[in-house]
Design a protein around this ligand. Structure first.
Ligand SMILES: [Zn+2]
Length: 201
């Protein structure tokens, strides 16, 4: 884990991968530019766990966030079909499926879980306004999973903000404006990774 990331993750990270492989995956946090925010004591999560499989009850899931415990878990196993899928706004099952390879899919899931963590910070700031403001717009979500409920909508919006900001502004302008305001309120500035495959005309 790089020095910068180490300061943030050393005490909270569990991984079944070796240091080099773990660093490669966690590098996404540095690329996104979230480390300064995440390293502030009020914004830290309690644990990040990378392991072959993650279970939610009896279901195998790609990732999991616990609002109660402030914990992120991400699975290191990705089946073919859970990445390298063509991106069509609102039609793709999950935004992690747009990833060009398994590593990027894992990273996108990490960003999704980070989205839940950010959402959790906002709920503690201003719970009511937030829940109500999103309920009417989740049908515009970037992925099918993002239309499931307000929580998945928010997390997928954050993934869209990081990877597909151009499309986000076009296809879900209300969500874009809402998330933009939310991130500003929380003091979060993150990079636009510009994976956009948006073609004009
Ligand atoms: Zn989620």
């Amino acid at each position: 884990v790089s020095l910068e990331s180490q300061a943030v993750f050393s005490e909270i990270l569990t991984s079944t991968l070796n240091d080099e492989e773990t660093s490669e995956i966690l590098e996404i946090f540095r690329t996104v530019g979230i480390l300064p925010w995440l390293s502030q004591s009020a914004n830290r999560c309690k644990s990040i766990e990378l392991k072959p499989l993650v279970w939610h009850g009896k279901n195998e899931v790609y990732g999991l966030y616990s609002f109660k415990d402030d914990e992120i878990k991400v699975a290191l196993t990705r089946s073919t079909g859970s990445f390298n899928q063509p991106f069509e706004w609102g039609r793709i099952e999950r935004l992690s499926h747009v990833a060009k390879n398994a590593t990027e899919a894992i990273q996108r899931t990490l960003v999704h879980e980070l989205g839940h963590h950010i959402h959790g910070r906002l709920r503690s700031h201003n719970k009511l306004r937030f829940g109500l403001s999103l309920r009417s717009i989740i049908t515009n979500g970037a992925s099918q999973y993002g239309k499931l409920d307000v929580y998945e909508y928010f997390a997928e919006c954050f993934v869209a903000w990081v990877y597909h900001r151009t499309e986000f502004a076009v296809y879900d302008s209300t969500g874009y404006a809402t998330l933009s305001a939310v991130l500003k309120e929380l003091g979060i500035e993150v990079n636009d990774l510009g994976y956009s495959n948006f073609i004009n005309g």
